[in-house]
Ligand binder design. Structure first.
Ligand SMILES: Nc1ncnc2c1ncn2[C@@H]1O[C@H](COP(=O)(O)OP(=O)(O)OP(=O)(O)O)[C@@H](O)[C@H]1O
Length: 254
């Protein structure tokens, strides 16, 4: 069976008026259906850039990206992005209207079905009681859950999440991580998740791709994370192993 997402030897560059910045170099990985695939690496290694490219917002300078066998050339409703920022919702629309918005914009569903679909996903993220509220009346965690409901309601082939919980306090962050895993257990969606937190990568991912510092290159892939971190004390051991892998060069350089 071929992979849902196939990233093959991808180099991503930014060309500014004064310089060319190589964000990632010859990165390859594949994501299968129902994977919780994490891109992990230090700040500046190109994780967000990779996600942007998978989203279709940036073209590789070299290499190819395919989703369900089709080359990625532009954004599409088969890939929904969820960002870190709390301001990704439309402030003049209610929670319900925000979740319905992409369903209507892309003409995926007629209004009545879109509303039913949106209400179902709002319930999944436990926000039914604020369905008619405006974003400015919600906490950061609630706004992120609305963004997740909006992405999931489109039932895309893959959800692209760029450090969605990074700006939350520790307790809310843990709750949101637990909720995401609960949602995954219910619907087995596919997610490509960016983080620079090793602990978050181990908690969220079943596979983790480790990227080197700028420019990002693949250092290693950790597979079967569920199995490893399910055993007693093994999450802590895995966290240390990943830390050592990620920072091996830095340690020897100093
Ligand atoms: N619009 C841009 N123009 C020029 N260079 C950019 C642009 N966006 C990012 N970069 C550069 O590309 C590299 C990768 O950035 P990117 O944001 O993808 O990294 P990241 O791993 O997601 O980092 P962080 O965890 O801090 O968000 C960095 O060197 C960054 O300065």
């Amino acid at each position: 069976m071929s992979a849902l997402l196939d990233v093959s030897d991808v180099t991503l560059r930014y060309k500014t008026s004064s310089a060319v910045v190589t964000a990632t170099e010859r990165v390859s990985f594949t994501v299968d259906r129902s994977d919780r695939f994490v891109l992990l690496g230090p700040s500046g290694c190109g994780k967000s850039t990779l996600l942007k490219a998978v989203g279709g917002y940036m073209k590789p300078s070299e290499g190819k990206m395919r989703i369900s066998g089709r080359e990625i050339s532009e954004p599409g409703a088969d890939r929904m992005m969820i960002f870190q920022e709390f301001d990704q919702l439309l402030p003049w629309k209610t929670v319900l209207e925000n979740v319905m918005f992409p369903l209507l914009m892309t003409r995926k569903l007629p209004r009545k079905e879109a509303e039913m679909r949106a209400r179902a996903y709002i319930e999944k993220v436990s926000l039914t009681r604020v369905v008619d509220a405006y974003p400015h009346t919600l906490s950061g965690g609630m706004k992120q859950r609305v963004a997740i409901a909006r992405g999931m309601a489109m039932e895309p082939d893959i959800l692209l999440m760029d450090e969605p919980f990074a700006a939350l306090d520790a307790l809310t962050r843990r709750t949101c991580q637990d909720e995401l895993l609960q949602l995954w257990a219910e619907t087995k969606f596919t997610v490509l998740f960016v983080t620079h937190s090793i602990a978050e990568a181990i908690k969220i991912g079943n596979r983790i791709l480790l990227l080197s510092p700028h420019p990002g290159r693949v250092k290693a892939e950790v597979v079967d994370v569920d199995k490893v971190s399910g055993e007693d004390g093994s999450a802590a051991r895995l966290e240390k192993q990943i830390h050592d892998l990620l920072f091996a060069d830095t340690a020897t350089a100093h």
